[in-house]
Design a protein around this ligand. Structure first.
Ligand code: NAI
Ligand code: MG
Length: 362
């Protein structure tokens, strides 16, 4: 059956880096006989300009019907004056919510050729390849009660509540254990069970799930503050890390800087497989629309291309093709080609299109 792919380039450098993915899909069709039924729509500022909303209902419907969504990035300073309910960025927030995308996968992988671009010592990050699984639809960002209230004495109080149910913890835990089985078979579950009841439940549920269904995977527990420290001290001790929304937000940003550049990092957000066997999934680079370099043809397309590789891996089980793309990226970097964001002395500076072409040729 046809592989249905929805492509949403968005704003700024989104469409520029998405063009390089089109080269890769064309190559897959030509050389490997792998084809997609592709449709493409406007989101974010581009959709606001055309339809007056950052995300049309028809696009949400198409996203539901697709096997996978490849997202670029949204955001345009042109729309800074509009109300909060009409910001381009709402497009991605709404898509995640509507598709029930509860597991955010953020790999942090260091390419050997770029070890010198990392802000950390080479001996700490060389060969690093970890995956952070962040719960992304629950926890303190969504829990009730929330708000700002005024106390009888006139003082104000801001409230957010960390809430996790057994079901929410189990389903994201399952994603982490399944991933680990395809990687180095190790999961670190991260919470703060020493001071939080929700953390205590988190640890209990993950421990039970492990004993029941995943005892072949090595499970360890770690407190979130220690994990932040360990990620900087010795990140290679980890394989898969699974954690809640707040800790995952912070730890995944921290981990991304272990690798040196925003322009290199892909991500996936996955939902629960439905009765029809379909798993909602959206893939996107972690970077934004980079308005400062948009239109100049200098954006690094690698994060977008690696997001597509993740899509092949997780939505279509095309492991060999995903490996080929990742190896091609690695080899092109080793050959010395660099976009401006990862440029270093003695290397060849190229634009978005030359980098994309080189990866496809490789
Ligand atoms: P940003 O990630 O767009 O840019 C931060 C810095 O990194 C900029 O100097 C940019 O030039 C550089 N950069 C980012 N991606 C690059 C690439 N592929 N190649 C080379 N350099 C790259 O973050 P910023 O500036 O905070 O946000 C810009 C807009 O993007 C805002 O409207 C923001 O809300 C939006 N945004 C959207 C996201 C999404 O669509 N999921 C995620 C993050 C930000
Ligand atoms: Mg963040």
């Amino acid at each position: 059956s046809a592989r249905k792919l929805l492509i949403l380039p968005g704003d700024g450098i989104g469409p520029e880096v998405m063009r390089e993915v089109a080269r890769v899909t064309a190559w897959l069709g030509r050389k490997r006989g792998i084809t997609f039924e592709v449709s493409e729509d406007l989101v974010g500022g581009a959709s606001l300009a055309e339809y007056g909303v950052p995300l049309c209902d028809e696009v949400i419907e198409k996203a539901r019907e697709a096997d996978a969504v490849l997202f670029g990035s949204v955001g345009d300073p042109k729309w800074n004056h509009v109300g909060f309910d009409k910001r381009p960025e709402l497009a991605i927030l709404k898509l995640r919510q509507e598709l029930g995308l509860f597991a955010n996968l953020r790999p942090a992988k260091v390419f050997d050729a770029l070890v010198d671009a990392s802000t950390l010592k080479p001996e700490v990050v060389k060969g690093l390849d970890i995956m952070i699984v962040r719960e992304s639809t629950g926890g303190i960002y969504f829990g009730d009660p929330r708000g700002i209230e005024t106390l009888p004495n006139g003082e104000k109080r801001g409230i957010n509540t960390e809430v996790y149910t057994t079901h929410e913890i189990e389903r994201v835990g399952r994603v982490a254990f399944e991933l680990a089985r395809k990687r180095k078979n190790s999961v670190y579950s991260v919470e703060k069970c020493n001071v939080m009841e929700s953390g205590l439940l988190w640890k209990e549920v993950i421990t039970d799930l492990h004993a029941r269904e995943y005892s072949d995977v090595t499970l360890s527990h770690m407190l979130a503050d220690n994990c932040a420290m360990q990620l900087v001290r010795n990140p290679r001790q980890f394989d898969v890390i699974v954690t809640g929304n707040l800790f995952g937000d912070i730890l995944s940003d921290l981990a991304s800087m272990l690798t040196g550049s925003l322009g290199m990092l892909p991500s996936a957000t996955l939902g629960a497989r439905g009765a029809n066997g379909k798993m909602p999934a959206l893939y996107e680079p972690i970077h934004g629309s980079a308005p400062d370099i948009a239109g100049k043809g200098i954006a690094n397309p690698i994060a977008q291309i690696l997001s597509f590789a993740m899509l092949l891996r997780y939505s279509f089980d095309l492991q060999a093709e995903a490996d080929m793309i990742e190896t091609a990226v690695s080899n092109v970097l080793a050959s010395g080609l660099r976009t401006a964001d990862i440029m270093s002395e003695g290397k060849a500076r190229v634009g978005t299109d030359v980098m994309g072409e080189a990866i496809v040729r490789e």
